[in-house]
Design a protein around this ligand. Structure first.
Ligand SMILES: Cc1ncc(COP(=O)(O)O)c(C=O)c1O
Length: 391
């Protein structure tokens, strides 16, 4: 019997990264060590005291049964306290729900809000999860261009009237993967007006909330009336080095939160109670660790930026995230070919900008989840290769 995959799964965008992973494996098999500046997986371990909390709570038999679908009340209370302390945002318990990782929440949103052939607005370039989630729900995607000219903030006026009518959901993400750009509170205010006027739900992906340099990254929910139009998705993956734990939450609009809970109940189930207890502990106790982590990424960013700037390579001085958005010297540069050759010849992995959408063409995403020594070596080889390829 020939097993056929569905159109939904075929439409996902994962080709570049899957091919790159195979390429890295082939090089490793030949004994070649690759410097991986492509991945988005934090390199540092979770704080030992969070791990200890998990160990302790895993012994509690109360955690051995099915967890409550929307999450433990104790975790919801910590989330409410955290949002008030960090962002001055007041939340009620029915405005919070727990997810096993933010990717699951981002994929759930089109499923609960969008019917086949309705439209989802997603930035270009953007994290692959929005587009894949939209396809899984049978929705159509309209890409909002992010360019250096518009400071990587979508120009909402450019969205055509017929698209606005069909659009049910808009994804945003600041600090932004892959460019590292930040949003302003003014921009978020415009988004709320636009969403109210056009009846579009906003989902702000706040994955890099804490990794912001200079000004603290604003929460979308701190914008006036934001709760009437949308939700924010917060993950512990990056801020707390807990990517493998799969713990995140959605906060904001009560109706959307209710629908998300229904989705969890009918598909994902809940998250292991001991992980939820460890997450409560993390939200409550890690102010110093979070500040140190931010400083670590800032140091790495500055090391990489100074090497690129000295070589006169165009790069956005990131407002946040652990990524740098590096422009290849020619507008017409084929970033996919370049990234493949860079890996083959210099053994450096970076992600080609086009992977994130057509507006990423001619760019590379360099990630800073390695030590400064490794970053220095990787950036030096990258700069050499750019110079040799384009001079
Ligand atoms: C912008 C963005 N959103 C969401 C995620 C997914 O995070 P999680 O580990 O919570 O699924 C990532 C992971 O790389 C990301 O970069």
């Amino acid at each position: 019997m020939e097993i056929k995959s569905s159109d939904r799964i075929n439409r996902r965008t994962a080709h570049f990264l899957a091919q790159q992973q195979n390429h890295i494996q082939r090089l490793n098999d030949q004994g070649i060590k690759v410097i991986n500046l492509g991945r988005g997986n934090p390199d540092l371990p979770t704080s030992p005291n969070i791990v200890e909390k998990l160990n302790e709570e895993s012994l509690n038999p109360k955690n051995h049964g099915y967890p409550p679908y929307g999450g433990k009340e104790s975790l919801k209370i910590e989330i409410i306290n955290f949002y008030l302390k960090e962002y001055g945002v007041h939340l009620q318990r029915d405005e919070v729900t727990i997810f096993n990782g933010s990717l699951a929440a981002l994929t759930a949103l089109p499923m609960i809000l969008v019917n086949p052939n309705e439209v989802i607005l997603s930035p270009d370039p953007a994290f692959f999860g929005y587009q894949n989630g939209a396809y899984m729900a049978g929705g159509k995607v309209y890409r909002m261009e992010l360019t250096a000219k518009n400071r990587y903030l979508p120009d909402l006026k450019q969205i055509p009237a017929d698209i606005r009518k069909k659009a049910k959901l808009m994804f945003l993400n600041y600090p932004h993967n892959p460019t590292g750009a930040g949003a302003t509170s003014d921009f978020f205010e415009n988004v709320v007006h636009f969403a109210e006027k056009n009846e579009i739900v906003v989902a702000h992906d706040f994955a890099y909330s804490d990794i912001s340099f200079g000004k603290k990254a604003p929460s979308f929910l701190a914008t006036r009336n934001a709760k009437t139009v949308g939700v924010e998705i917060y993950t512990l993956s990056k801020t707390f080095n807990m990517a493998g734990w799969r713990i995140a939450f959605a906060v904001g609009n009560r109706k959307v939160i209710k629908l998300l809970k229904q989705y969890v109940q009918s598909s994902l189930g809940g998250t292991f109670g001991a992980i939820q207890d460890a997450a409560s502990f993390a939200l409550k106790t890690q102010d110093m660790e979070r500040a140190n982590l931010k400083q670590t990424y800032l140091t790495r960013r500055n090391v990489a930026l100074s090497i690129l700037k000295e070589a006169k390579i165009e790069v956005l001085p990131s407002a946040g995230t652990f990524f740098l958005w590096v422009k290849l010297p020619l507008d017409s540069a084929d970033d996919i070919e370049f990234a493949k050759k860079l890996l083959e010849k210099k053994h450096i992995a970076v992600v080609a900008g086009s992977t994130f959408g057509s507006k990423g063409r001619g760019y590379l995403r360099v990630s800073l989840v390695s030590s400064t020594t490794v970053i220095k070596e990787g950036m030096t080889r990258l700069v050499d290769f750019i110079k040799n390829s384009y001079n």
